[in-house]
Write a protein that binds this ligand. Structure first.
Ligand code: SF4
Length: 62
């Protein structure tokens, strides 16, 4: 089961992942992206595209 993980030390809060995959990513008040889904399959989204689009490569799919 593929689950996205955000390295919050690396995340700059640009919002790209949330735009691509709002089912799995949410930018919170701390300016960081939080993972809000349990798995990519369950959410039916494309986390891999979000991971590839992150400008600081903060997203990994585990
Ligand atoms: S795309 Fe990357 S840097 Fe931008 S909010 Fe998402 S995890 Fe953070």
């Amino acid at each position: 089961m593929a689950t996205p993980v955000v390295d919050q030390d690396a995340c700059v809060g640009c919002g790209t992942c949330e735009s691509i995959c709002p089912e799995c990513f949410e930018i919170r008040e701390d300016g960081k992206s939080w993972v809000i889904c349990n798995s990519c399959e369950e959410a039916g989204c494309n986390c891999e595209e979000a991971a590839e689009s992150c400008p600081v490569s903060a997203i990994t799919i585990e």
